[in-house]
Design a protein around this ligand. Structure first.
Ligand code: TMP
Length: 217
């Protein structure tokens, strides 16, 4: 593709998946690939992405003695998301930038919904009520067995954060929830096998972008 063919409309791409699937690596590789094609690319993450939203991230991820209610956890995730959307994602999309985000609303449905047992309808309703336009163009779900994912997390040698301290069943439900979301809306989701090598996953991601987002560029 040459730069004259590039569609200046911004695109919003999200990576999802449970711990250790390789999202952050793939966010970087996709950004490099899109930049090499002349796009302005912004990489970001949730919860986080603005100073205030990063402070909320610290609040929700820091282990503490006091139990956090599931509703509190959900509302903090949503508060961070709205701040991130209004302060960072929306202005960038309006400029025509491509946004690549590590996690978004599907993580709330998978973790606070399937994981913590809150109603998916309730979560989607809040999302809809606060800003219905917060919608990715494409969600790339990286899938990997929990054993392999946790082996990668442990190899980092870092202390587990508050979310990572959830039970194994919690992550089984969250992984299944991502898969179900992808199966139910194949026009907006792509499932990618995270057990492949880093380069193979990157190529599979690029193929999805070419097929779905660049065909009209
Ligand atoms: P990570 O970005 O390093 O994966 O850490 C973020 C953690 O927060 C991860 O365990 C998933 C969790 N999370 C939720 O529970 N709900 C959400 O809406 C988001 C965005 C993340």
């Amino acid at each position: 593709m040459n730069t004259s063919q590039i569609n200046k409309q911004g695109r919003f791409i999200v990576f999802e998946g449970v711990e250790g699937v390789g999202k952050s690596t793939q966010v970087k590789l996709l950004a490099q690939w899109l930049e090499s094609q002349g796009h302005n690319v912004i990489t970001t993450r949730e919860p986080g992405g603005t100073p205030l939203a990063e402070s909320i991230r610290e609040l929700v991820l820091t282990p503490r003695d006091e139990d956090m209610c599931s509703e509190t956890e959900l509302l903090l995730m949503m508060a961070a998301r709205l701040q991130h959307w209004n302060g960072h994602i929306k202005p960038a999309l309006e400029r025509g930038d491509w946004i690549i985000c590590d996690r978004f609303i599907d993580s709330s449905v998978a973790y606070q919904g399937a994981g913590r047992g809150m109603s998916e309808d309730f979560i989607r309703q809040i999302h809809h009520d606060i800003a219905p336009e917060m919608k990715p163009d494409l969600v790339l779900v990286l899938d990997l067995s929990l054993e392999d994912g946790w082996a990668r997390v442990k190899s980092r040698g870092e202390a587990l954060d508050r979310m990572e301290q959830a039970s194994a069943d919690f992550f089984v439900r969250a992984r299944q929830c991502f898969k179900t979301a992808a199966a139910l809306a194949p026009e907006r989701y792509a499932m990618i096998d995270g057990a492949q090598s880093m380069d193979e996953v990157a190529l599979a991601v690029q193929a999805q972008i070419q097929q779905r987002l660049q065909q009209n560029s």
